[in-house]
Design a protein around this ligand. Sequence first.
Ligand code: ZN
Length: 294
Amino acid sequence: MKPLVACALAVAACAPAEDGTATDAGTGDARADAPPGCTRPALEQPWLRPLLTGTIAQLASTPRSTTTQREAARTYLSQQLQMIGWTPQLHAYPGGANVVTTVPATVMPPANTIIVGAHFDSVAASPGANDNASGTAVVLAVARYLAETPCRTAPVRVVFFDQEEVGLFGARAYAAIVDPATVRAVHTIDQVSWDGDSDGRFELELPTPELETEWRAAAAIVGVTVATTSTSGTDHEAFRDRGFAAVGLTEEYVGGDTSPHRHLAGDTPATVDNDYLTLAAKLTAQVVIEEAAP
Ligand SMILES: [Zn+2]
């Protein structure tokens, strides 16, 4: 395996939040003890829903299973990161490649790294809008929020994992090249756009106590509820197996309010619940901003 030389730090200038508009509860303002200029972006953003729906429409225009299909998805995601201002890199391993970018800390020395990721591949028979263009779109949105977070105490590694559907290959390859002692938390997002009963409830898979506390605090700010489960079998498992503090976010998979189209041809953008998806993005962004911003 080719070791990944420390993912290059993006040097793109990080503009302060545009004109400091701040409307959302719990965000949009600097903490009282934050240095001057260290604003946080409001969770409510005009770009959020178009980013999420546009990403899903593009990714789920085809399945992402073959070598060619996955390569096209990697190219698209790399372009999206560049448009946001971050520098994408490929982490290639035998059989596949993850797309990675590091949003650098703005202070020295930085705190331990935060990893947030989602798998971009799908099974061959499905366009995978919910599984998992939805999680991919949420993680891309987090990258965008971070571009509007001018002060960052910790680097955030944004990772789009390859080949989850055939055995967590991308996540396992990536977890193998990172030292858990340098990482505060790993958050992976998988299937977050089905809410048949519209109760705005999510599941946290196998959180550590500290991570559960963080996600519950964020859920209170965003106005959603969370339940913990012991579901494994997706990307966070690859990290937990190697000693990382990891957690997964998903729709009510155990609770039964989960997409009936999983791994089927019907998992299309038409079945995505955009309101719920938007809540998933705000929830994840709130957790990561709280971890990364002063
Ligand atoms: Zn999945």
